[in-house]
Design a binder for this molecule. Structure first.
Ligand SMILES: Cc1ncc(COP(=O)(O)O)c(C=O)c1O
Length: 403
């Protein structure tokens, strides 16, 4: 195949994930993009064309890889096409992507409204750095509460940042309603859609200006790469690339960009399986006598099940499980798991579980604590792609060891 980019973008979503950003290598005629391991690119040699080597508008003009390199650019084309945005800029991690957008769009005296429950690294970036050290006013609100969002927005609000479903609580915020509140106030809205696995939720169609992803999670899917992306309107992406890629320099490396590109191919196939498996596991856990509560957007018992049903085409693989036991019981459960691994991260092919111990129950984990939302025995489960019966068997035998 050698579809021109505009034709590739007209394909249906599953085909876009395979063909956008792909092409035949001019030198070898390989039908897979090569990994370009070079930190410098030959410049044009005459006064008429030298400027072309530095033409920012030409996304295939490469000079130095911190600004842009071929594998990053191919990946950006693919991700923009899958998410349905005009353009994309990729970074070395999800935090670098969200941070790059914040540093570009916010300055001293500006105001940001953000989901109070969001990935802890983003929470820390907002509270410890942007607010305390750079003079950005930060208001953290429960974005599942539209009145709270409305009340938090002010004339100086530049950005409303929503994480949905939120990490780790899976709370879901109404993207379309918040986009409308932000627009009325003249603010931009960005959505961290990492938990949706990119294909299960389309924030740009719901009115968001920017979407962020930790590519490390579902997009990578194989647990072997680190990356982040911001996708959205061309003018905003150009600004973020300009300010953040060049001046913060958290550029994805060529190998990780290539791995992400490879992983995108199966993303539209993997996500429905994560969703089906998670629903089966959630039903099993919800009925188990040693489980106090399960929070999964696909369950009717989830507080924002209606919002999730409206704005997601599937509910992803992430859930919270709260066991009826003390910390020792939770550790006994974790030690007994044979298929599911106790590890950070999420969105892998293999199922992962992470325990969020409460203060007093554990060695001090510092900021890793959301006391009002996370009760004792709180686990975050990332349901993988295994046979769901194996996951249920594993959970059942580990729960049997919980006193
Ligand atoms: C919702 C969300 N956003 C951003 C990040 C940060 O991504 P990374 O670890 O790739 O920096 C994470 C990581 O878990 C996340 O869950």
């Amino acid at each position: 195949m050698d579809l021109p980019p505009d034709d590739a973008r007209r394909l249906r979503p599953a085909s876009r994930a395979i063909h956008c950003g792909e092409g035949v290598d001019a030198e070898t005629r390989a039908i897979r993009r090569p990994i370009v391991m070079a930190n410098s690119f030959r410049l044009n040699d005459d006064s008429e064309t030298l400027a072309e080597s530095f033409d920012w508008e030409n996304t295939h003009a490469f000079n130095y890889p911190r600004s842009r390199h071929p594998n990053a650019r191919y990946l950006e084309e693919r991700l923009a096409a899958i998410e349905g945005g005009e353009d994309c800029v990729v970074f070395a991690s999800g935090v670098a992507a969200v941070g790059g957008a914040f540093f570009t769009l916010l300055g001293t005296g500006d105001h940001i409204v953000s989901s109070r429950i969001c990935y802890i690294g983003i929470h820390g970036l907002l509270v410890e750095h942007l607010a305390k050290r750079y003079g950005v006013e930060v208001t953290l609100v429960d974005t599942t509460d539209l009145d709270a969002v409305r009340a938090a927005i002010r004339p100086m609000t530049k950005l409303v940042h929503v994480e949905t479903p939120a990490n780790p609580t899976t709370l879901c915020s109404d993207i379309a309603a918040i986009a409308s509140l932000a627009k009325t106030a003249g603010a931009l809205i960005s959505v961290d859609s990492t938990f949706s696995g990119m294909v299960m939720q389309k924030p740009l169609e719901l009115g968001a200006d920017l979407v962020m992803h930790s590519l490390t999670k579902y997009v990578n899917g194989h647990g072997d790469g680190l990356g982040g992306a911001v996708i959205g309107r061309q003018d905003l992406i150009t600004r973020i690339r300009d300010a953040a890629s060049i001046h913060l320099g958290a550029t994805i490396n060529a190998v990780d960009a290539w791995l992400m590109m490879r992983s995108c191919v199966t993303l539209p196939l993997r996500m429905p399986r994560h969703c089906d498996n998670a629903l089966r596991v959630a039903h099993f856990l919800e009925a188990h006598p040693k489980v106090h509560a399960v929070r999964y957007p696909g369950l009717k018992s989830h507080p924002q099940h209606a919002v999730a049903t409206r704005q997601m085409s599937g509910f992803g693989g992430m859930m919270n499980v709260i066991l009826k036991t003390d910390p020792e019981g939770v550790f006994a459960f974790l030690r007994s798991l044979r298929v599911i691994t106790h590890a950070v991260c999420l969105g892998h092919a293999e199922s992962l579980v992470q325990y969020y111990p409460q203060e007093g129950d554990r060695p001090d984990l510092g900021v890793l604590n959301y006391p009002e939302d996370i009760g004792a025995g709180f686990l975050r489960l990332s349901v993988g792609l295994e046979d769901p019966e194996d996951l249920i068997d594993d959970l059942a035998q580990a729960l049997a060891r919980v006193p």
